[in-house]
Write a protein that binds this ligand. Structure first.
Ligand SMILES: O=C(O)CCC(=O)C(=O)O
Ligand SMILES: [Fe+2]
Length: 318
């Protein structure tokens, strides 16, 4: 079922009653998301926050129940013909026009082949467990607590509020910084070989792009960490300051569900980047385009979005 109306507001959960219970998705004995007042909930949040601050990455292992992960895999497979394909040459900053006087080995001139498939939200039915999980208020609140985003909102973009990164053999998302401060994801399927998430935590800061350090990562692999993506783990990641990639899948498929949130109600994304990434527009983005909204290709070279530019402990690290 496609969402074809524009702008397809999600609303912020007040009137929306998800069908799948929290405990059917997440084992609440292990992760007490239903008891935010409990000491164990506060410990869970504090531990995830500490990992995010120290390592740039918090992992909640086995967050999604194994049988739900299996059903999500089936959902993704059933929607195989609704995937969008994306293929580009890109540098780590998603900047297309680069000053030709920069040295040849400057990271801005480091263009890499990217190819993958996306399953966008407007192709994902409301009834799917992926959408139901996204819309659980307790999960939204938990992520808001870890990110210290209070209030936190569902993202309102009809294509990317949730999205699945699907990598088939040979497909890769090369080294990049995200344009948004944090990324929240759940690996649903791991390939048999390849498709490894690699990252360098806190590689740049808000005041220093650290191009020399970025260049060393790109050319020598200095400081690269690898994260074994276990299906069902929830990952909360500092994608703006930590460069990362997903290496080419060699055998099998990698499916990763990406969940987006906002610090304000009603946030959507730019139509230009949607067209560039997916080769098509949702009617909502088409409406923006037709109405003369200028749009601009998102760039991860701009400063970190304002709501995260606070007293973060790592901001002064280099
Ligand atoms: O699939 C993943 O684990 C990460 C995807 C990613 O880095 C992105 O969409 O920016
Ligand atoms: Fe990313």
């Amino acid at each position: 079922m496609d969402r074809t109306t524009a702008p397809a507001p999600l609303g912020q959960g007040e009137n929306h009653v998800p069908v799948a219970s929290l405990n059917s998705l997440v084992d609440v004995e292990r992760y007490p998301l239903d008891r935010p007042e409990s000491a164990s909930y506060r410990e869970l949040v504090a531990s995830a926050r500490a990992h995010l601050d120290q390592d740039g990455l918090a992992v909640v292992p086995g967050f999604v129940r194994a049988d739900v992960v299996a059903q999500m895999t089936a959902e993704i497979d059933a929607l195989a013909d609704r995937r969008d394909y994306s293929r580009n040459l890109r540098n780590p900053y998603f900047v297309e026009e680069v000053d030709p006087t920069l040295p040849e080995d400057h990271p801005l001139r480091f263009f890499q082949a990217q190819s993958n498939h996306w399953l966008c939200m407007d192709r994902i039915p409301d009834e799917s467990l992926m959408y139901q999980l996204y819309r659980r208020r307790e999960i939204l609140d938990f992520i808001g607590q870890v990110l210290q985003l209070d209030p936190i909102y569902f993202y309102e973009d009809p294509m990317v509020a949730i999205i699945v990164n699907i990598q088939l053999p040979g497909e890769t998302l090369p080294w990049h910084f995200d344009g948004s401060p944090y990324a929240t994801s759940i690996v649903i399927r791991e390939p048999e070989r390849g498709g490894v998430f690699e990252y360098v935590p806190f590689l740049r800061t808000e005041t220093d792009q650290r191009f020399d350090a970025v260049k060393r990562v790109l050319t020598t692999g200095e400081g690269v960490l690898r994260l074994p993506g276990r299906p069902g783990d929830l990952q909360i990641f500092e994608g703006w300051c930590s460069m990362h990639r997903v290496t080419p899948v060699e055998i099998g498929e990698r499916h990763c569900l990406i969940l987006a949130y906002g610090d304000e109600p009603g946030q959507t994304s730019d139509w230009v980047s949607r067209e560039k990434n997916f080769g098509r527009l949702h009617p909502y983005h088409q409406m923006l385009k037709d109405s003369g909204e200028p749009g601009a290709l998102g760039s991860a070279l701009t400063s970190k979005p304002a709501h995260q530019r606070s007293e973060e402990s790592h901001a002064s690290r280099s």
